[in-house]
Ligand binder design. Structure first.
Ligand SMILES: NCC(=O)N[C@@H](Cc1c[nH]cn1)C(=O)O
Ligand SMILES: [Zn+2]
Ligand SMILES: [Zn+2]
Length: 476
């Protein structure tokens, strides 16, 4: 079968697709703040409308409410959709998320984060361009291009798009469990496009993710912020305690200092070690993703990948309630909350991780002899996931890569977390393939997040080619 006409159509219509991406980047669907919840819901509604325009049948599922920023707010809808119900065709379930990480121009963006701009190098810059609005839209553009040329999509499509992925996917697991024998019945395999290539030119198929345990350390002292001239030297300062605790978690070589964490990590076998050989990855790729900084922790690129994929990492994210604005305010913050997370790997258990962290921080706090009050907040969890890339779903993905990019994909794991991956695998008992469109230097979660126009356009072709390869692939 020739897909040339489909590829030509995607090329011709690419400006329309980019215009749509601009439209949705402009919706600031930040899931972690109550102030943006209405926008997040609006983004879900945009997707429902677009799916219906394409002829899909949609089902809007309300996951319930949550406590956020001191208020009870509705969780954004989970969008389920069906496109095609031919019993003679395979059915693929596609998952993506329409929420994004926070972004402020003051964080260091060169342009307004919620206005998609294209620069001279054809980078499409804006929050969500690569994580995950570009890929979500890409699936819909692939359908549109098929319709335009009257080309049949040779598989049935089911969609599950959520608006809480960046905030722990609250409410989603329950919906998947409830619909495993309902809406998701008949699904043959799952595909997710929400991660990145190893480098800037070669696509990959991904079969592993790290998990995540998110934490807060709250240190409470005086009832309000204080003048440091009047009170400095006379009271236990919450920030001093907090900084000491945060510094005790990890050293400058990235080694986690919480006892017991490393004991849970699965041993590296010879077979696993072999999977790192021949991967198209160098420290030049890492440096590109770091914006030119050469600050790697490990000398050998394979060690870098192992520490991204199969070892845990503890990252300090920020401090809420501390003075961070420009200027020299002489304040003693009364109630700072430090935030950090641990990226988890096989065979770490999220509840054991919580317990070890809590016990360690409480013991460290005791040593400070402080009269402040410590509370450890154990936030959301997501388990690590590793699967087999030998499944026919991966064979179809690899063939689609060959068709569009004329090369064999890298087989990778990933350092980030998409907890629903494991949920789908366990609840539906089906293989899950991660098929990214973005490059290693896209800057997801960072300033100036982008997707290259080439990746966006070729990614749409990749998704279309994947539909056709899925239909053709042998399943025995
Ligand atoms: N593209 C996947 C992704 O960015 N996932 C997030 C999930 C998350 C968990 N807690 C907050 N966000 C990630 O950080 O890996
Ligand atoms: Zn994402
Ligand atoms: Zn993300």
């Amino acid at each position: 079968m020739s897909l040339d006409k489909f590829f030509d159509t995607v090329n011709q219509d690419q400006d329309n697709y980019v215009a749509k991406l601009k439209e949705i980047v402009a919706i600031p669907s930040i899931s972690c703040v109550a102030e943006r919840r209405a926008d997040t819901v609006r983004m879900g509604e945009w997707i429902i409308a677009e799916l219906e325009r394409l002829g899909a049948t949609t089902k809007r599922v309300e996951p319930g409410t949550q406590q956020l920023d001191g208020q009870t707010v509705d969780l954004p809808p989970v969008v389920l959709a069906t496109y095609g119900t031919d019993p003679s065709k395979k059915t693929v379930l596609i998952y993506g998320h329409y929420d994004v990480q926070p972004a402020l121009k003051e964080d260091g963006w060169n342009t307004d984060p919620f206005t998609l701009v294209e620069d001279k190098e054809h980078r499409l810059i804006g929050r969500g361009s690569t994580d995950d609005k570009g890929p979500v839209l890409g699936w819909l553009c692939a359908i549109e291009a098929h319709q335009k040329i009257g080309l049949d999509i040779p598989v049935n499509l089911k969609f599950c798009f959520e608006g809480m992925e960046e905030s722990g996917s609250e409410g989603l697991d329950a919906i998947i469990a409830a619909e495993a024998e309902g809406y998701f019945k008949g699904v043959d395999c799952v595909c997710i496009s929400d991660n990145y290539w190893l480098g800037k030119t070669k696509p990959c198929l991904t079969y592993g993710l790290r998990g995540i345990n998110y934490f807060g350390i709250s240190v409470k002292g005086p009832a309000q912020d204080l003048h440091s001239g009047v009170f400095g030297g006379t009271v236990h300062e919450p920030m001093t305690d907090l900084i000491t605790l945060m510094a005790s978690l990890v050293d400058s070589q990235g080694r986690i200092r919480v006892p017991g964490i490393m004991d849970q990590v699965a041993d590296l076998t010879d077979a696993e070690k072999k999977t790192y050989e021949g991967l198209d990855f160098s420290h030049a790729d890492l440096h590109a993703a770091l914006g030119g900084a050469k600050t790697e922790l490990h000398a050998d690129p394979q060690d870098t990948l192992m520490h991204r994929w199969r070892y845990p990492a503890l990252s300090l994210h920020g401090i809420e309630g501390a003075f961070y604005a420009p200027g020299g305010k002489t304040v003693i913050p009364s109630h700072p909350i430090g935030k950090f997370s641990i990226r988890t790997v096989p065979d770490m258990d999220p509840h054991t991780v919580d317990k070890l962290v809590k016990e360690y921080l409480e013991a460290e706090f005791k040593k400070l002899n402080s009269k402040n009050t410590l509370t450890i907040i154990c936030g959301h969890h997501g388990k690590p996931w590793v699967s087999s890339p030998d499944h026919w779903n991966f064979v179809a993905g690899a063939k689609a890569v060959e068709r569009v990019f004329n090369c064999q994909p890298d087989l990778t794991r990933e350092g980030g977390s998409i907890p629903v991956t494991l949920t789908f695998q366990d609840a539906l008992k089906k293989n899950v393939l991660l098929l990214p469109m973005g490059a290693c230097d896209d800057g997801a979660h960072s300033i100036n997040e982008k997707v290259d126009r080439r990746n966006f356009v070729e990614g749409i072709k990749l998704y279309g080619a994947y539909f056709h390869e899925l239909a053709a692939v042998k399943t025995e």
